[in-house]
Ligand binder design. Structure first.
Ligand SMILES: Nc1ncnc2c1ncn2[C@@H]1O[C@H](COP(=O)(O)OP(=O)(O)OP(=O)(O)O)[C@@H](O)[C@H]1O
Ligand SMILES: [Mg+2]
Length: 251
């Protein structure tokens, strides 16, 4: 595979993957998690990637963020990519939110005093300042995810991937995630958001990409997507929902 981080021909592109495949060896043989995936994401845009469980979203993003290598294909990123993992616990390294954010900064050779100021500023932005010295272990699920985002923001990534940022969040928590997304977009950050809860974000997205069994089955405008039969890709169309009590049971 080739991975380039240099300025490329197309100045507007934040991420481009071409013909990406990933094969895992399993006990029962080989399994193709990704099969010829190609798409691009413009700088400063907000792209939602959806698809049923196991369709390849998280594997794809680990490759884009450089945590895993593809079996074949190319990845181009205009800058380093920050990934907020689906399991926020896995990315928390510090005993407290402040320690956690400082850890990344100090590892990047930022002086301790400067790291402390940056950490406090970013925790104010993500609404965790009051809990800066609280044990990270006891943060709620939504707070842990905000902490993971804080650490990524402090490092100044221009492209951020949020893997299932709405899982287990209440209405207020979802609105907080969305207001952070809007503020990041205003700062010119590129956002890639993986979810099957498209009703929570599609209204502000620039495009939707749908994966199924490791392949791209849709890449286009959100408006176009809603006119398609999304159910065949395992996604419930949010425009066809909830008019009566009997609708409040998915079957
Ligand atoms: N290390 C691995 N070895 C073997 N198979 C793997 C490995 N990692 C992922 N897979 C498989 O690749 C497929 C895609 O996984 P992935 O985590 O990308 O799905 P996803 O679209 O993110 O699903 P979800 O919506 O449940 O988060 C799954 O079938 C998964 O079991
Ligand atoms: Mg996943």
């Amino acid at each position: 595979m080739s991975r380039t981080n240099t300025v490329e021909d197309s100045k507007n592109i934040a991420v481009r993957v071409e013909n990406l495949s990933k094969t895992f060896k399993t006990y029962s043989g080989k399994f193709n998690a990704l099969d010829g995936v190609s798409f691009s994401v413009n700088k400063g845009s907000f792209v939602v990637i959806s698809g049923e469980n196991g369709s390849g979203k998280s594997v794809l993003m680990s490759i884009i963020a450089g945590l895993e290598k593809p079996t074949s294909g190319t990845v181009y990123t205009s800058s380093d990519v920050g990934l907020i993992l689906q399991d926020a616990d896995a990315s928390i390294l510090g005993d407290t939110p402040k320690d956690d954010v400082m850890f990344g900064l100090v590892s990047n050779k930022i002086k301790k005093k400067d790291a402390e100021i940056s950490a406090e500023n970013v925790l104010k932005r993500t609404g965790l300042y009051e809990k800066r010295d609280f044990p990270s272990h006891y943060l709620s699920g939504g707070e842990k995810r905000r902490l993971a985002l804080s650490s990524i923001l402090a490092l100044g990534f221009n492209t951020i991937i949020l893997d299932e940022p709405y899982s287990n969040l209440d209405y207020k928590g979802v609105k907080e995630v969305n207001s952070l997304i809007i503020s990041l977009l205003k700062d010119g950050v590129t956002i890639i958001l993986l979810t099957h809860e498209i009703e929570k974000c599609l209204g502000r997205a620039d495009k939707l990409i749908v994966l199924q069994s490791g392949r791209v089955v849709f890449d286009g405008s959100c408006k176009d997507a809603l006119s398609k039969d999304l159910l065949k890709w395992g996604i419930k169309n949010p425009l066809l929902s909830y008019n009566s009590l009997s609708d409040l049971f998915w079957e």
